[in-house]
Write a protein that binds this ligand. Structure first.
Ligand code: CP
Length: 306
């Protein structure tokens, strides 16, 4: 069903298609030998024009665990982009060497453009402040694994909701599920973009925008913390003023439900105190591992080996 398809934003896949990916990821998690050699002879190109730890390494780990191989760059300074080569030419080249491309780029819309020039499928690993669909698959799989189903939940998003592409992708994706409520907790300057709130109004999804994490905490089933995205600020003073607006610590955790889960796409800076890591409700490191399983499911599905 997904063979040969690109993934640019979460809406590219139907709920049924995402559900099949989650089932496959769960199967791989339960039996790590499943699909082990399925991608032998296949090549993944990772083109990272921005820094990454989890997304790049988990894609590479996923491809290697499937028996395939990887090539690419983690720093555009070491590629011919630094000599002025266009994105269109770079992806054409990568597609002539590899079977599938994973790309992160600081420009919104770069992944869509790449997919128009590439004969090989393109997976968006983050385009500026726009979308990060494989993080969304990771987040949804984590909710499903830890809370049973993606339904009847109140999800709080906290921090930099303006530049945080993972928030935009996840909010759009969650709006397609039943009985979901959302709470957007941020300073006014970092509020969730209007196109997201307009979409939620249109789809009649219940949501609030608030400044108070403490007041919202008791109502949440999922708290999605985010880092203030320094690299997307025009002004360092604004970043310094806003960066520590919300710090989740043990005291605030005491306000949450027993069944609450704390997610974070990572990397974190100060927004979750290290003392929270020991709380069984802190799920962000498990979430990062689910990211590898869902990327294994995605690669094997797009390459048509399952
Ligand atoms: N979550 C995420 O995208 O992490 P990286 O920036 O380390 O890839």
């Amino acid at each position: 069903m997904l063979e040969g398809r690109s993934l640019i934003e979460p809406g590219n896949f139907s709920l049924e298609e995402m559900d099949s990916l989650f089932c496959l990821a769960e199967k791989i998690e339960q039996d790590e030998k499943y699909l082990r050699e399925s991608c032998r002879g296949r090549l993944l190109a990772t083109l990272f024009f921005e820094p990454s730890t989890r997304t790049r390494l988990s894609f590479e780990a996923a491809m290697l665990r499937l028996g395939g191989s990887c090539l690419g760059f983690a720093d555009p300074g070491s590629s011919s982009a630094s000599k002025g080569e266009s994105l269109a030419d770079t992806v054409r080249m990568a597609a002539s060497y590899a079977d599938i491309i994973v790309m992160r780029n600081p420009k919104e819309g770069a992944a869509l453009l790449a997919s128009r020039y590439s004969p090989a499928p393109v997976i968006n690993a983050g385009d500026g402040g726009h979308h990060h669909p494989t993080q969304t698959l990771t987040d949804l799989l984590t909710i499903r694994r830890l809370l049973g189903e993606i339904k009847n939940l109140t999800i709080g998003f906290c921090g930099d909701l303006k530049f945080g592409r993972t928030v935009h992708s996840l909010a759009k994706a969650l709006a397609r599920y039943d009985k979901i409520k959302m709470a957007f907790i941020s300073p006014e300057e970092l509020a969730v973009p209007e196109y997201i709130t307009r979409m939620l109004h249109k789809q009649q999804i219940e949501f609030i925008e608030t400044r108070s994490l403490e007041e919202t905490m008791p109502h949440l089933d999922v708290l999605y913390m985010t880092r203030v995205q320094r690299e997307r600020f025009f002004n360092e003073e604004d970043y310094i003023r806003l960066k520590d607006t919300y710090v989740l610590n043990r005291e605030k955790m005491d306000l949450g439900k027993n069944r609450l889960i704390i997610l974070h796409p990572l990397p974190r800076v100060n927004e979750i105190a290290v003392e929270v890591d020991a709380d069984p409700r802190a799920a962000y490191f498990r979430q990062a591992k689910y990211g590898m399983y869902v990327r294994m499911a995605l690669l094997s599905s797009i390459l048509g080996v399952v």
